[in-house]
Design a binder for this molecule. Structure first.
Ligand SMILES: Cc1cc2nc3c(=O)[nH]c(=O)nc-3n(C[C@H](O)[C@H](O)[C@H](O)COP(=O)(O)O)c2cc1C
Length: 186
């Protein structure tokens, strides 16, 4: 598959098949991620490849956050269990973190580079017949989530990436026409 096809067919994957993702495949994806452009080659990215226990633990935190407004304790626990089980059932999941530089400009550039690394990983996944779903949100600052993933002080979680073989092929979502978002300067 050429790059243009990978870019055109990539979608956020909501449903995966039960096909496992091998360690070698995940190593290949992380290797592609680490080739992202990166000012001053700070290589800020860190990859936490989550086994079933880590996926379940992170899912339990996500479930607890979703269950916060449920008053009935049994229903709240059921929500936690459901989201934890869904996490454990994913074929693979990688948390991407970055080392936080002291300098603000470096920190911003490092965040951008880490996102480019994530895009490398996502497009390489497509080329390998796999798919991803990038997930972010306030949970990434939750100390319980950091503990579930073993993220040390000084690192920021940038994204969680669900990974596996897509169970469905979806058409690209419509985007604004390039002409609407482009200015051609003299
Ligand atoms: C930085 C970033 C954060 C995202 N966070 C979430 C998220 O927390 N939950 C979610 O369901 N999708 C998340 N997405 C996926 C987007 O919703 C998705 O890319 C968008 O709907 C376009 O769909 P597509 O990726 O299939 O083209 C995120 C995407 C990016 C780039």
């Amino acid at each position: 598959m050429n790059l243009a096809d990978a870019i055109r067919t990539r979608r956020s994957v909501r449903q995966f098949t039960s096909r496992p993702v091998t360690r070698e495949e995940q190593e290949q994806l992380i290797a592609a991620a680490t080739l992202a452009p990166n000012h001053r080659l700070t290589q800020p990215w860190r990859f936490y490849v989550m086994g079933p226990e880590a996926r379940r633990a992170y899912g339990a935190v996500l479930g607890a956050r979703k269950a916060k407004k449920i008053e009935d304790p049994a229903a709240a626990q059921a929500m936690i269990d459901k989201v934890a089980a869904a996490g454990a059932a994913l074929p693979a999941q990688i948390a991407v973190a970055m080392v936080q530089a002291e300098n603000l400009e470096t920190r911003e550039e490092d965040y951008a580079a880490t996102m480019m690394a994530i895009q490398n990983l996502s497009l390489t996944a497509v080329a390998m017949g796999l798919g991803t779903h990038i997930k972010t949100g306030a949970i990434m600052e939750d100390p319980r989530a950091r503990a579930a993933l073993g993220i040390p002080d000084g690192e920021r979680i940038v994204s969680l990436i669900d990974l596996g073989e897509p169970a469905e092929q979806r058409e690209p979502l419509a985007r604004r026409a390039p002409s609407e978002v482009t200015a051609w300067l003299p």
